[in-house]
Design a binder for this molecule. Structure first.
Ligand code: TYD
Ligand code: MG
Length: 453
């Protein structure tokens, strides 16, 4: 008799399960993400041959564990290495996720070009045929001496091939196409994605082979979002950017082997992705002059300062509930800054729509950008122009006071490199050394900025 089957509803975003369908997931609050999945009455087991031997799992003294620093393999792409924390760690499982068409396959294939020749690479493709991969490789000028392409979607076959070939690196494009035969759900469903990911984790840890997984994020939730596998893998890198723009940002959101604040900046060109050594310069391109609502900020992304342009548009509205729109910035933080401007500076936004945009597809989460954003909003409302040679740095408290930010020297030096000559900073921020050619304007409150600009 066939095993009994029952169905459950699984959230494709967070993996929350429920016996009944619901429009809204009770786990993460997303709408329309609950999907029906068949679960067989038998509990899913790890694949038989993958059982870790008892000996390998024996406890070991921390002191006695061998560790080699040269365990990292360089990708040959500086920006990529930086985000990984200095290269690929042997035996690690790295997830690269992003919207379809953003360039995930491109960056990994390009990495194959620069990685040293002794590292053999197994490229497992469940999406594209070997011929399509060849076409892309031609375009990217990847010779492919050390690359083996394997078009397969069955987990058992992939595992067998990896253990047989023992490559130096494995790329899975993409995890949503891989499935295990013994699980009845369709490829891309939450249970398939989860089980296959943990299978790859075991494979990477037992064999010491680093594995890259590509995972699509889909807003409609028709494919299991990489959120369900984030806690399983060693590192999660997000590849983001506006698809209509050329700029792409690789960001580490989780990294067991490095900092999570680092970003890598790329530009999509005809011959693949190009590294951007000086992202500030790119973000400053085409900055309008003599227009209100434009401010410049010096951010810190990991260890690296980046100059970004902020645009605010404030226009009067006849409607009683004005619109607040933030692109690349937190909507609630925007509302908070508007509230501080109203209460502490006497600026009235109640009859105006406010739109905020961070140029270049950047996403700002640092409070150090508060001062620049609030000043841009005030400039948009009152139509005064912020001088184009000025950079604003500082966090703002609810009392309208400016609060100190970290690594102020680094931020100012980056601004100086790009030709800025004035910098507004919190009054209490101390500089390690004097910076020549840069006028430092210290302000203790947001209100003070307007009189000193
Ligand atoms: P791709 O790597 O296939 O995206 P993903 O794997 O994330 O789905 O990237 C596809 C996009 O990149 C496509 O829209 C075309 C663009 N592209 C270029 O602009 N130049 C190139 O050299 C390549 C290979 C792709
Ligand atoms: Mg792809």
């Amino acid at each position: 008799m066939p095993a009994k089957t029952k169905t459950v509803f699984v959230c494709s975003q967070c993996g929350y399960t429920s016996p009944k369908w619901a429009g809204k997931c009770s786990g993460c609050g997303e709408w329309n993400t609950m999907q029906e999945e068949i679960v067989s009455a038998e509990k899913s087991k790890p694949m038989p041959e993958s059982r870790i031997s008892k000996i390998a799992a024996a406890p070991v003294k921390l002191k006695e564990i061998e560790y080699f620093d040269e365990n990292r393999i360089s990708t040959g792409i500086k920006e990529f290495d930086r985000v990984l924390g200095g290269g690929i760690v042997k035996g690690s499982l790295v997830l690269i996720s992003g919207e379809p068409g953003i360039g995930k396959s491109t960056i990994l294939l390009q990495m194959c070009k620069y990685i040293n020749e002794e590292t053999s690479i197994l490229y497992i493709s469940g999406e594209e045929s070997p011929r399509q991969i060849k076409m892309r490789a031609e375009r990217l000028e990847v010779s492919g001496e050390n690359i083996t392409v394997f078009a397969e979607t069955d987990m058992a076959a992939i595992k067998e091939r990896v253990l047989e070939k023992k490559p130096g690196l494995v790329i899975i494009d993409s995890i949503q196409t891989i499935s295990r035969e013994d699980i009845s759900s369709a490829p891309g469903s939450v249970s398939q994605v989860k089980e296959c990911t943990s299978e790859f984790m075991r494979l990477a840890k037992n064999s010491g082979i680093p594995i890259f997984l590509i995972g699509h994020v889909n807003k409609e939730g028709s494919i299991a979002g990489p959120k369900v596998m984030e806690h399983m893998v060693d590192a999660v890198l997000y590849f983001e950017g506006e698809r209509s723009l050329d700029c792409r940002i690789l960001r580490a959101v989780k990294n067991r082997f490095g900092s999570t604040n680092e970003i890598g900046v790329f530009e999509m060109a005809n011959d693949g992705l190009r590294e951007i050594d000086n992202p500030s310069k790119m973000f400053m391109q085409g900055k309008p002059e003599g227009v209100s609502g434009i401010a410049t900020v010096s951010l810190l992304e990991g260890s690296r300062p980046i100059i970004a342009e902020i645009q605010a548009l404030v226009s009067s509205t006849p409607f009683p509930a004005p619109r607040r729109v933030a692109t690349g910035y937190d909507y609630n933080r925007l509302n908070l800054l508007i509230a501080v401007l109203e209460k502490r500076c006497g600026l009235y936004f109640g009859a105006s729509d406010a739109y905020l945009n961070i140029i270049g597809g950047l996403r700002i989460s640092e409070p150090a950008a508060d001062l620049a954003i609030a000043t841009a909003l005030a400039s948009g409302l009152k139509d005064f122009i912020i001088p184009s040679d000025t950079v604003l740095i500082g966090e703002i408290g609810l009392a309208g006071e400016t609060r100190i930010v970290s690594s102020i020297d680094k931020r100012i030096l980056e601004a100086k490199k790009l030709g800025f000559t004035r910098c507004v900073i919190p009054a209490k921020n101390k500089l390690l050394s004097e910076i020549k050619g840069m006028e430092i304007i210290r302000v203790s409150s947001l209100r003070e900025v307007f009189s000193k600009l």
